[in-house]
Ligand binder design. Structure first.
Ligand SMILES: [Zn+2]
Length: 453
């Protein structure tokens, strides 16, 4: 007579031959209870009332995208919380952290944060946190924003593209970083130097080469040098957003060796696309800093493989199709920003796999890394105590990007027509399937340690 099987444990089990755990890819059972991961056990070892057996589909921790411009309220026609979080879930992203600009008002005051939260409340399909903004003259707002639970502060060193979010001149940067250092808050910086940009040749028109010449890598190097200098003096913790030019990497390494607390991120488009393949007039490819040449891209990959980047995040920055000026194709006049929230995982996986990287590395770059960067201890790993934010991923599925399948409010994408590898089959947030038809149950997050307002 067979031995009676043990009584089922309360909760539900997610079973996969390929679960990506912090220690690597394993065959595992993941026990989920009350929205949290309670245990990770050998494959087939747990008995529960509900077992979701994924077979050989990969079980990933949900991705964390700490660089998303939602634009609501105020520019909801560019992107809103409903459309952005639908796209996120479809792309395997279970947490986003929203950037403080392009919405009106921007998140540069506690009132601005309240407006954001009100716009998002009850409408988000994944969890959403908020960055605050540092602009000239708002230093006194940083502490109340910090207490209200923003995850850190973003500032620009060159014009941001919208007038309600002006950039920081050197003295403003000094003041902002002194304050974030005092608060021990993370300062995120768009690092391009306005003087270098002003000196660069500006030739409007359809030629990508001309646009590229107008945003030289030297603008990033100069801005990063100034940022590091200010960080060194103030003791601030700083993070360089969307590194496009690999020339900044040695500066970062040297500063780190000197004890400056600096991290950096790069984005799927810098890792997956190159200047040579941008068709003239195709402003879907326009972003700032720009997509650069092949040898630069190779150096970004080397740095990524060497652990020099804390995160790979989308910098999802959409606008309405008309602002992209796709008919005219003028790179100088079109809005700069690439929308890729739904496609980031597949884009990076396609390129990573070709280069011999595994999914454990992709998870480090796109889930664990950004979770640590933003300070989200409940996110970023399949491990006991974490939120059960999970993704069933088919790493071998091949598909052609059809903009009509994107949930972004404006499905303009430089990946249109490209063949990518890797498809998200199901996304769970705190153990519940995220489906387009059900009521949204994402939460608004505050920095751990701060009370929910
Ligand atoms: Zn951005």
């Amino acid at each position: 007579m067979p031995l009676p099987s043990p009584p089922p444990v309360p909760g539900s089990v997610f079973r996969s031959r390929r679960a990506v755990l912090p220690e690597g890819e394993r065959a595992a059972d993941v026990l989920v209870r009350g929205g949290r991961i309670e245990a990770v056990a050998p494959h087939g070892s747990l008995h529960a009332d509900t077992v979701t057996d994924l077979g050989s589909l990969v079980l990933l921790p949900g991705l964390v995208d700490s660089h998303v411009h939602v634009n609501e309220p105020g520019r909801t026609e560019w992107e809103g919380f409903d459309s952005a979080t639908r796209a996120a879930a479809a792309g395997g992203v279970t947490t986003i952290v929203d950037m403080p600009l392009n919405s009106v008002p921007p998140t540069t005051t506690p009132e601005g944060l309240t407006a954001k939260r009100r716009a998002a409340d009850g409408r988000v399909r994944v969890d959403v946190g908020f960055w605050g903004g540092a602009v000239p003259g708002n230093t006194a707002e940083l502490e109340p924003l910090h207490r209200a639970g923003v995850f850190g502060f973003k500032g620009f060193l060159s014009p941001s593209g919208v007038e309600e979010f002006p950039h920081l001149e050197p003295a403003d940067l000094e003041r902002a970083l002194a304050e974030t250092a005092r608060l021990d808050a993370l300062a995120l910086v768009h690092a391009e130097d306005p003087a270098v940009l002003d000196r660069a040749p500006l030739r409007p028109g359809r030629r990508y080469r001309d646009f590229l010449a107008s945003r030289p890598g030297g603008a990033e190097t100069a801005a990063v040098a100034r940022l590091l200098d200010t960080a060194r003096r103030t003791g601030a913790r700083v993070h360089v957003l969307h590194v496009s030019s690999a020339a900044v990497l040695p500066l970062l390494a040297r500063a780190r060796a000197d004890g400056v607390r600096v991290t950096a991120e790069t984005c799927p488009h810098y890792l997956c696309l190159t200047a040579a393949e941008v068709p003239d007039g195709d402003t879907a490819f326009k972003c700032c800093p720009p997509i650069r040449d092949e040898s630069n891209r190779e150096r970004l990959w080397e740095a990524l493989a060497a652990g020099e980047f804390a995160a790979v995040v989308s910098d999802h920055s959409p606008c309405t199709a008309d602002l992209k000026l796709l008919d005219r194709g003028d790179f100088a006049a079109a809005w700069g920003g690439i929308a890729s929230l739904q496609l980031g995982l597949a884009a990076v996986w396609t390129e990573a796999r070709r280069r011999g990287h595994g999914l454990a590395e992709v998870v480090r770059w796109m889930s664990a890394g950004p979770a640590a960067l933003a300070g989200l201890p409940a996110k970023g790993a399949i491990a006991p105590g974490r939120d059960a934010d999970l993704v069933a991923f088919d790493p071998d599925a091949v598909f052609r990007v059809d903009p009509a399948t994107l949930h972004h409010r404006n499905p303009v994408t430089p990946y249109a027509g490209r063949t990518l590898t890797g498809a998200v089959r199901t996304t769970w947030l705190r153990g519940r399937v995220v489906e387009p038809s059900t009521e949204p149950f994402g939460r608004l997050l505050t920095r751990p340690g701060e009370a929910t307002p």
